[in-house]
Design a protein around this ligand. Structure first.
Ligand SMILES: Nc1ncnc2c1ncn2[C@@H]1O[C@H](COP(=O)(O)OP(=O)(O)OP(=O)(O)O)[C@@H](O)[C@H]1O
Ligand SMILES: [Mg+2]
Length: 264
């Protein structure tokens, strides 16, 4: 049985500086609805480039990305973005930050406020709805960003190292929160991460990239989780097959780093 892909990349290539930098080469992959896919690989392998092309913020030099069969021509409300840097507006309170995106979508004032409060509650920030970002911690600011993006109900959530700036404990809480949110309201998530543990916990599938030019070196379905999303991260550690997959990813990462060192 063939399932129609939500996102299809066909022979996507991306060059910068008139071909001097080959950021991506021949990326062909189908991503399916309501899956979490992690893009993992060494620095400079083109993860952000691919995410930006899916977002419609950048365009491939060769090939194309289609969403639901339509070639991406630019950004759209079907795709929500969360980047590493906090992207809240400092002059708006938390609830107004969440409302802002809904205003752009043309949602009326009452529904906007209600939905913003509902999503702040989901990320457990309803008690600071009227606070400005400067009085929130890094993790709280990133939860505002998460609420803002999810409140717009995009079909696809694109995340570029969203928890990279957070300390280990907050990062871990955010990972569990993301799983909880996606379980409550299924969505298609593409998340870029350097963190192998994060990818193993969050993803249904990992695309591991090699660099220069960026290619898909391995396409791994995390079958050892039995198609389940784990509520608590530590559940991962006792699953048969987990350690082997972790080891495989670490050794691929080491190979890629060594390849770069040898080329230098
Ligand atoms: N606007 C640009 N102009 C020129 N080169 C670029 C541009 N953006 C990215 N590159 C180059 O393309 C390659 C891929 O970059 P990209 O940012 O996609 O990598 P990445 O996998 O996200 O890396 P990191 O893990 O460090 O964030 C790199 O060699 C980078 O220097
Ligand atoms: Mg990047």
């Amino acid at each position: 049985m063939s399932v129609k892909p939500l996102i299809r990349a066909t022979a996507v290539g991306k060059d910068y500086n008139e071909g001097a930098v080959r950021a991506l080469s021949n990326i062909s992959v189908d991503l399916h609805e309501n899956q979490i896919t992690a893009l993992v690989g060494p620095s400079g392998c083109g993860k952000t480039t691919l995410l930006r092309i899916i977002a419609g913020l950048d365009f491939p030099t060769r090939g194309a990305i289609a969403i639901d069969g339509k070639t991406v021509q630019g950004p759209g409300p079907d795709r929500g973005l969360i980047f590493q840097a906090y992207t809240s507006f400092p002059w708006l309170t938390a609830v107004r930050n969440v409302e802002y995106g809904l205003k752009i979508l043309g949602i009326d004032k009452e529904e906007r406020r209600q939905r913003a409060l509902d999503f702040l509650k989901l990320v457990r920030l309803d008690h600071v709805a009227d606070h400005y970002p400067r009085s929130l911690s890094g993790g709280m600011k990133q939860r505002v960003a998460l609420a803002r993006t999810l409140a717009q109900r995009p079909r696809i959530v694109l995340m570029d190292e969203p928890f990279g700036a957070l300390d280990a404990q907050v990062r871990w809480e955010m990972q569990e929160l993301l799983v909880e949110l996606v379980e409550a309201e299924p969505r298609t998530v593409v998340i870029v991460t350097h963190d192998i543990g994060e990818a193993l916990y969050l993803a249904d599938r990992i695309l591991f990239f090699s660099r220069q030019p960026g290619r898909i070196k391995a396409d791994l379905t995390l079958d050892f989780k039995g198609g389940r999303r784990l509520k608590e991260k530590e559940e991962l550690f006792s699953l048969p097959g987990y350690r082997e997959m972790e080891k495989h990813l670490f050794s691929m990462m080491r190979e890629e780093i060594a390849a770069v060192d040898n080329a230098a």
